[in-house]
Write a protein that binds this ligand. Sequence first.
Ligand SMILES: *Cc1c(COP(=O)(O)O)cnc(C)c1O
Length: 384
Amino acid sequence: MNVTDRLRSALASLAERDSLRTIRPRPKGVISLAGNDYLGAGADTALREAFFESPLSRFGLASGSSALLFGESEAHEGLREVLRRLYGRESLLFPSGWQLNTGFIAALAAAFGKDVFFLADRLVHASMIDGLLAAKRHGAGFLRFPHNDCSALERLLERVAPEHEIVVILTESVFSMDGDRADLAKFVALKKRWKNVLLALDDAHGLGISGANGRGPAEEAGVEDDVDFRILTFGKAAASSGAALLTDPDWLSLVTNYARPLIFTTAESPLQAAWTSFVLSQIPNWSDRRARLRALEAKVLETLGSDALAHGTPILPWILGDNARTLAAAKRLEESGFLVSAVRPPTVPEGTSRLRISLASSLTDDEIDAFCLALTRLKTEFAL
Ligand SMILES: *Cc1c(COP(=O)(O)O)cnc(C)c1O
């Protein structure tokens, strides 16, 4: 087969499985339940105006170089200061959560080789999986435990903790495709039984959504000090981009020295860091937005008629099973004026294709009522 035919057949085989993905700009005039702007900060034009009237908007767009080659400036320092104030910890900034997760996991492996071992929840984000695959090249091993299964994790720990100098558990506060949470109190109690077991928590979807100060499920569970590596990403509720690793200074120093996705990339834009600081500073004040999310969640759950999805998070997966059905349902919703993502393998396991309904506190009563009506019609049409 020549190159062109080979390429076309690869694309055709994706299309046959209803797995061909395309990028298209967000259509105008539809209401989005497909984003991660949980607190409506991205849609908040008054907030944006307030930022551009504040001294924080004086920063430039270009960082100019890698963080290790003076790419950071006063804006990045400012963001770390906000994080210190809100979280009481030191941090290392990355241009994205993807780079943080792949870089941080591989960095530990580059430093410790086979002496470090990772135990990851089966459903952790692809960026952690890619970090684990990179870690393998450095001789570090890993195993995945069944989703949220602390007893399975316990059995694995009993085996691997005595055999390795360092063991790192990888999980998420809120799982991005299922909207459920890790039982953080249980994970913390478990890891505390071994001095050499550390807990890394990806807080990408937890940031902002719950807790008295909006620090998410870890704040709610009162376990923040027991999380050894806290991963914040700013592309979701913080309506920005970039990410921060929160841990002790010696660990930060180690990651700074070994994380290739940090060393060999341009530092994020100073203006972006300033905007992140601005939004993060508001998040503690947004209890009303968090309460609004809970109310919207209750409404959609009632419509779907499923309490199994009640997790106190803005992510509601409606599992339809096969790809074609999921795509058809998403298309029908879009025709009714609502954008919902159809999530298919390999993002989720085979046979669990779903509509990922993602709530934002900025949805109005009229909008959510209309959406619930569209869901009800869809249930009838698809005999669900
Ligand atoms: C979005 C996401 C990431 C990646 O963050 P980006 O900043 O978008 O690269 C990492 N982990 C989880 C759980 C995520 O949902």
